[in-house]
Ligand binder design. Structure first.
Ligand code: SF4
Length: 288
């Protein structure tokens, strides 16, 4: 599909956001941490915390030497705090298996805790400049519309990687640019709710547009409401522990006035089950 590639990369070189992890020499550790933080969290919330994180732990070995509780504490309000524990475990694995250097090989990356198809390839491509397809939610939407003529992508599958691989030029740096450009187009122009086709560099070749924008269905999972959810209760418990002296508080003093006491207990139980909190002697604390 050469019709898409040249206009995509030309557009990207003019319109790409100036994001910290795109700076030359940002390093594989910085790219890896940024990818962990960007899963499910908007760019604007990630940037300040990412910079503080890399200042505190400039290498995987630095993070590996810290207590897991410190990682959870400094994850702050990024949400989905299991990612902090996974990143800490990945740092330990990088120190122990790879002499402290983030691996370049996709299979070695996939073997690290918390790293899936997307993140492994993103690190190999954006940090090391290798040639692999990188497919995130935004890319899947662009491919669904421009190539397949559908309004929304279907459930994630191996076919997504094959479809992106078919677009990539042989040249490694051009291939990296196409990967980044497709993601950026989905983030800025071909958005889920209101695609701006008048500003789209591949509008001329878009199958969905050519077909008259048919509604072909939407199988995306809706994110559950945060307000009143168990996630909100978990976040409130973690906030108490993050702010407590030594990151520990008497069990009974943790959000004692929560409107739904059963939800509070459920939140605490699930945090313990996830390894994000520990209980002993009537105290609840962040993992040591
Ligand atoms: S023309 Fe519209 S629908 Fe097609 S890829 Fe561009 S923004 Fe998306």
């Amino acid at each position: 599909m050469p019709d898409l590639v040249a206009p995509l990369t030309t557009w990207f070189r003019v319109h790409a956001r100036d994001l910290p992890w795109r700076a030359p020499g940002y390093g594989a550790w910085g790219v890896l941490v940024s990818e962990f933080m960007l899963q499910q969290t908007p760019v604007a919330r990630v940037i300040p915390l990412l910079e503080a994180w890399l200042e505190r732990w400039p290498t995987p070995t630095d993070l590996a030497a810290a207590a897991p509780a410190e990682a959870v504490r400094h994850w702050a309000n990024l949400g989905y705090p299991r990612r902090a524990l996974w990143l800490h475990r990945a740092a330990v694995e990088i120190r122990d298996r790879h002499a402290g250097a983030v691996p370049r090989d996709v299979d070695a990356l996939l073997a690290l805790t918390g790293i899936g198809d997307y993140t492994a390839r993103a690190v190999a491509v954006f940090a090391y400049g290798d040639r692999h397809p990188v497919v995130d939610t935004n890319t899947r939407r662009v491919l669904a519309r421009a190539v397949d003529g559908r309004s929304q992508p279907g459930p994630p599958s191996r076919r997504d990687l094959e479809a992106m691989a078919a677009l990539l030029p042989e040249d490694r740096s051009e291939a990296a640019a196409v990967n980044a450009a497709a993601m950026e187009l989905g983030a800025l122009v071909c958005t889920a709710r209101a695609p701006r086709c008048d500003a789209c560099p591949i509008a001329h070749a878009c199958a969905w547009r050519a077909a008259g924008f048919p509604d072909t269905g939407d199988t995306r999972r809706r994110q559950a409401r945060y307000e009143g959810s168990d996630r909100q209760a978990r976040g409130a418990v973690l906030r108490v522990l993050r702010d407590a002296t030594d990151h520990a508080a008497p069990w009974d003093s943790v959000i004692p006035d929560w409107a739904d006491p059963r939800q509070r207990d459920r939140a605490i139980d699930s945090l313990i089950a996830d390894g994000l909190a520990e209980a002993s002697d009537g105290m609840l604390r962040l993992p040591r």
